[in-house]
Structures are given as structure tokens and as C-alpha cells.
Design a protein around this ligand. Structure first.
Ligand SMILES: [Zn+2]
Length: 324
């Protein structure tokens, strides 16, 4: 989450929130390398099947787990990728009567005569002592920045191109993953154009603001919400949506009308700043990652509260992935 400050004279903004992980700087564009290996040998024990693979690794598969992951049409729907059997109906002491390997497929005839088949590749990809690291480490390296970004702003991408060219959409996502922000230019001044881009990236999150909404300079009595975004005061650097249980991963702002002076948007690399703090005061980062702080939003007839840490850390790399 990046901080944004705005000084508004007469500014009308279309805004939109995209949930975390659809656009998260660390988790987006993560790509998991699949490696395959063949079964070279197997051994049956009392509770599990031990498989040896051609990469010299061996993995245990407990019978109850194998039966629960049966891929036959009675137990699993290939269309919805969902289990269709009820786990609690599998006997806890389930065991195989017969195991065979043929043409890359392992077949098991169970003690209740049910037959399950699993491909070697599926077994290798799904052994359950597998590290989750590949899911959490992105090939994209974040670039943290300070004021020098002003002379080296990532290239803006034309709205039409983002909509039509996959390469341009990928460039947009790469900028978000690397820098935490991206700029789309020549965007039609409609609410729908904000929705269009958000749907290309993920989906807009509906909150009490709506999914895509308009903020404009109003008098206190006319404000749609009790939020400074509806006023013309300068907003110092801040993060948004701290009072939601799942703070937004990405926010989209589209200025479609501006008169007067001011209204500049100031971006701050909040994650970069927290990473910097980690170097000088790691205890402070640890404190902010472990201490849950309440955040509250109030307006007439509405109150939204959330409790959570200011900083969230990737459990494997210890990199900061959210600073709110
Ligand atoms: Zn089955």
C-alpha cells in the first residue's frame, strides 16, 4: 500500500480499490516453476506409501491423504477442480490391497475395493512436505525509491494499449510489481474507464464507497462520506483503508476535472521506507509487524473497525509486503 497526498482546489477524482494479492507488489506476477520426476520405486508401510523419484528424492504419502485426494470421477470433479467426496466418510484405517505403476500412472486398489489412480507428475508436484517458498518468492525484484524517482518516472502507458495489447498490460503490471505504482495516460474521463482497467488487473472491491466512485470538493454538509478526500484541504502523506480488515493492495485514481491550482499527487514508497527502517532499526519493524493496532472510520450511521499490524512480512524472505 502506497501513501498518497493531495492538495485539492476543485478536483474531481474517480477512485477504485483493488484487493490485496490481485496486485500486491510481492505476490503479483509470481510464477511457480514446475519440475517433473518419475517414480523409480515404491514401498508400502503400515500407514503410508513411500515413493522414490528419479531426482533421488523420496516422499511419504499417507493412505488417508491419498484416498482423500483420489482423482476418480466419483471423488473429484475435474470441471470445478473440487473434491466431491466427504473426507469424514473415508475409514481412518484405509489401506491398499494392491499398488501398480503403468505408463506414468500409479493405481491403488483400496481395502474397500475402490480404485484410485494418480499420475507420477501429480504425485511429484503435490508431495506435502514441499516448501511453500516458490509460491511466495517472486522473480520480480522490487525497486525502492525516493525523490530521485521524479527524474526517472516509469513510462506511462496509453489507455487504449493497456486495453488491447497484452504486452502493454504486462508492462503496467510489471511497473506496479517493481515500483508499486504505474501511470496510465490518455484515459477517457469516465467512471467506466477506471472500472475497465481494474477489471483487466483483477476486480474492483466493493466497499461502502461503492466499487468505483467519485470524490469532489464539497461543503461539509454535502460530503458523500466523512472523508477529507471530499474536501479541498491538502492531505499529508497517508495510507488509505486502514479501517478495512483487508486493506487495499492497489488504489486507482483518475483525475477527470481540475480547475484552479494545486491538486498535485504525491507518492511515497511506503514499503521502501519501511525496508530502510529495517536497516537502521530492525526492532522497530519487528514491533510494528507484531503489534496489532486498531483503526476506525466514523460517519453518520456507519463505523468500520479493523485490528492488525502496521507492517506485514513475507514469512520466507522477511521482505515487507504491506505497510499501512
Ligand atoms: Zn475415487
Amino acid at each position: 500500500m502506497y501513501t498518497l497526498s493531495m492538495f485539492v482546489k476543485h478536483l474531481r477524482n474517480y477512485s477504485c480499490l483493488i484487493p490485496n494479492k490481485a496486485s500486491n507488489r510481492l505476490f503479483s506476477l509470481t510464477f511457480v516453476k514446475q519440475v517433473d520426476a518419475c517414480v523409480t520405486n515404491w514401498e508400502l508401510s503400515k500407514k503410508y506409501l513411500l515413493l522414490n523419484f528419479s531426482d533421488h528424492e523420496e516422499h511419504k504419502y499417507h493412505y488417508i491423504w491419498l484416498r482423500d485426494h483420489c482423482r476418480c470421477s466419483k471423488c473429484y470433479s475435474k470441471t470445478t477442480h473440487s473434491r466431491t467426496q466427504q473426507t469424514h466418510k473415508i475409514p481412518a484405517n484405509i489401506y491398499p490391497l494392491h499398488v501398480s505403476l503403468d505408463n506414468g500412472c500409479l493405481s491403488i486398489e483400496w481395502c474397500d475395493n475402490h480404485i484410485s489412480t494418480y499420475s507420477e507428475s501429480w504425485l511429484f508436484q503435490n508431495h506435502y512436505n514441499k516448501s511453500l517458498e516458490p509460491f511466495l518468492i517472486s522473480d520480480i525484484k522490487c525497486r525502492y525509491w525516493g525523490k530521485e524517482i521524479q527524474t526517472n518516472v516509469p513510462e506511462s502507458i496509453h489507455f487504449e494499449n493497456v486495453c488491447k495489447e497484452k504486452e502493454d498490460l504486462l508492462k503496467l503490471l510489471e511497473n506496479v510489481a517493481i515500483y508499486g505504482f504505474a501511470i496510465v495516460k490518455n484515459t477517457p474521463t469516465t467512471l467506466e474507464s477506471v472500472r475497465t482497467i481494474s477489471n483487466l488487473i483483477g476486480y474492483p472491491r466493493k466497499t461502502f464507497y461503492g466499487d468505483v466512485w467519485l470524490t469532489t470538493n464539497r461543503s461539509e454538509e454535502d460530503m458523500d462520506h466523512a472523508d477529507l478526500a471530499y474536501s479541498n484541504v491538502a492531505l499529508p502523506c497517508h495510507t488509505d483503508g486502514t479501517y478495512f480488515l483487508d486493506s487495499p493492495g492497489l488504489q486507482m485514481f483518475h483525475c477527470h476535472e481540475h480547475t484552479g491550482t494545486g491538486g498535485e499527487t504525491v507518492l511515497v514508497d511506503g514499503i521502501g521506507a519501511a525496508e530502510k527502517l529495517k536497516l537502521t532499526n530492525p526492532n522497530a519493524v519487528e514491533y510494528l509487524a507484531k503489534t496489532w493496532i486498531p483503526a476506525t472510520y466514523y460517519e453518520k450511521d456507519r463505523c468500520s473497525k479493523a485490528l492488525g499490524p502496521i507492517i506485514k512480512l513475507n514469512p520466507y524472505t522477511k521482505e515487507i509486503y504491506q505497510n499501512k
